[in-house]
Design a protein around this ligand. Structure first.
Ligand SMILES: Nc1nc2c(ncn2[C@@H]2O[C@H](COP(=O)(O)OP(=O)(O)OP(=O)(O)O)[C@@H](O)[C@H]2O)c(=O)[nH]1
Length: 540
């Protein structure tokens, strides 16, 4: 997770709200001051910070007479919205077209992390099942071709380049032509960087751009310089049609917030963030999800996007739901579920708190390692492992765990399988995946403090679930808590109600992950199975 420090400071300021009962002018002022300071410390431009402050204050002042609880929510919502607005240039980025040749030219200064990012980018699309190839048109830096070649070989991605040809335009043209002919879907062109912005670099970029006619120019930029990158971003933007930006080296860097807001100000959409030196360290960027995650509110949006994007047919969430409605629950399903829970972050903890007997995060991860050592037929429940001592020992050894732990995993899986089988038989699973029910729950969550909503919510639950939640009072308490949670009760595109509706509706945006991923089913399944959340995305 990038920008931890800033996130920690911002959420600490917001958490103060939770502990105060009286929200008077002084409290509001103190919180806004803390947020302002946190942003300035992460090098966000002072003008941008002042604008944000002004907007938050205006939003709060507009509803002067709001009561304590709703005022808290209002402040949290306003902060969320303003942070999202700061990072979202509202310019749609280039959309990759499946089945066509998308030529993507990467530009950036030397050392910005361009070549590394290209490998991450290739890996990202490759994992999703796209046919990827790379062209090295960086003839300026000695060793650039070797670096790209090494990465491409590790990733098993075809590459094109030359040790002898000195003309980058010619290499780019030839490489792209060959890969177009071979119908590659993502053709990445690496171009040279220079130590600083100079005319020769921009001229070369323009020539390559004219020769290969890329569908998108991705500008790679190093975050460590903070807001100072604004000039650089503008200069590249003027030289070539930059369609998206990747910001690198955001891992633990104090100035990241400055770089991100500076880029957003140039109206170039940020599409990915680099957060380390490994191929996996690339996070797709969506402002609302990012802010929500940064503040520690969990990130349903990107979880669902991952679910939709997953390319492994065994990990298809729709198929998983289909199987579950039939009462089947394989180890592979268990794997997906644990992954989903792990991705929920703090929300995992919150939901976990509702249910006893949930393995902690470390144990969940060890379960994943064990399942990584299993064969497909074992994951798919075609053969039994529990009775095969040799396999249990082998799996323990392969995953660096103990035999008893593998047995624990198998027992936990069996227990869940039993519950799903029962639910499947009773038809409860079908009710749980009913979008109308999700919409109704969403509506009720809009008034978490109303006694009528609490009663209606209780009525929607099965007697066992109601009992588990501590009866009507327990449901009321849970609703109030969720309603009072920032990001849950509205705003920032992350509110519980619209999330439920989106997921339940199965339509646009985050929803539609097989139509079966509504909040009601997630909550219900979580309740029934002693787990914390929805099934997770593709397996690594
Ligand atoms: N911590 C961290 N390091 C990164 C990240 N991205 C790249 N790097 C490191 O930054 C250094 C420069 O990256 P390169 O990819 O070689 O740089 P480049 O921009 O391709 O350089 P040119 O090809 O000369 O333009 C390398 O040591 C990378 O490992 C990131 O997201 N986080």
């Amino acid at each position: 997770m990038v920008l931890q420090e800033l996130g920690g400071k911002l959420s600490a300021a917001l958490r103060k709200l939770q502990s105060t009962t009286v929200v008077d002018e002084e409290v509001v002022k103190a919180i806004i001051t803390e947020i302002t300071r946190a942003l300035l410390e992460s090098d966000v431009n002072i003008k941008v910070v002042m604008e944000l402050k002004k907007n938050v204050e205006a939003k709060i002042n507009r509803s002067e007479d709001a009561s304590g609880a709703s005022k808290k929510r209002l402040i949290q919502q306003a902060v969320m919205e303003e942070l999202v607005a700061m990072l979202d240039p509202k310019t749609p980025p280039y959309q990759m077209k499946k089945g066509a040749s998308n030529v993507i030219m990467f530009v950036g200064l030397q050392g910005s992390g361009k070549t590394t990012t290209i490998a991450k980018f290739a890996h990202y699309y490759q994992r999703k099942g796209w046919r990827v190839a790379m062209v090295c048109a960086d003839t300026f830096r000695a060793g650039a071709f070797d670096q790209l070649k090494q990465n491409a070989t590790k990733l098993r991605v075809p590459f094109y380049g030359s040790y002898t040809e000195a003309d980058p335009v010619r290499i780019a043209e030839e490489g792209v032509e060959q890969f177009r002919k071979d119908r590659f879907e993502v053709i990445i062109v690496d171009t040279s960087g220079r130590h600083k912005q100079e005319d020769a670099l921009f001229e070369e970029m323009r020539e390559i751009q004219a020769a290969v006619q890329p569908d998108n120019c991705v500008f790679v930029m190093d975050a460590t310089q903070g807001q100072a990158v604004a000039d650089q971003a503008r200069a590249f933007h003027e030289a070539v049609p930059v369609g998206s930006v990747v910001i690198t080296k955001l891992d633990g860097h104090a100035k990241g917030g400055g770089a991100m807001s500076a880029v957003a100000a140039t109206k170039s959409p940020i599409t990915f963030l680099g957060s380390g030196e490994h191929f996996d360290d690339l996070e797709p960027f969506v402002a609302s999800s990012f802010v929500s995650k940064m503040l520690g509110f969990g990130d349903f949006g990107s979880l669902l996007r991952e679910l939709q994007d997953t390319n492994d047919p065994g990990m298809d969430p729709k198929k998983m739901m289909d199987r579950m409605t039939k009462g089947q629950f394989t180890l592979r399903d268990f794997y997906q579920q644990i992954q989903g829970v792990l991705k929920l972050g703090p929300l995992n903890k919150m939901m976990g708190g509702m249910m006893p007997g949930i393995p902690d995060t470390a144990q969940q991860k060890r379960f994943l390692y064990m399942m990584d050592s299993m064969r497909d037929d074992e994951l798919d429940g075609k053969v039994d492992i529990a009775g095969n001592e040799k396999r249990v020992t082998r799996i323990a050894r392969g995953s660096g765990t103990r035999v008893e732990e593998v047995q624990l995993l198998l027992r936990q899986h069996k227990a869940r399988e039993k519950v799903v089988a029962q639910m499947g038989k009773s038809g409860m699973m079908n009710a749980a995946t009913d979008p109308a029910m999700a919409a109704k729950m969403a509506q009720l969550m809009q008034n978490p403090n109303s006694r009528a909503s609490q009663a209606a919510m209780s009525k929607m639950m099965s007697p066992q679930m109601l009992k588990q939640m501590g009866g009507r009072d327990g449901v009321a308490k849970r609703m109030r808590e969720m309603g009072g949670m920032p990001g849950m009760a509205g705003g920032g595109g992350m509110d519980m109600a619209s999330m439920m509706q989106a997921m339940g509706g199965g339509g646009a945006g985050a929803g539609g992950a097989g139509g079966g991923m509504d909040m009601a089913s997630i909550m219900k399944m979580a309740q029934q199975m002693g787990m914390g959340g929805p099934p997770g995305g593709g397996r690594r």
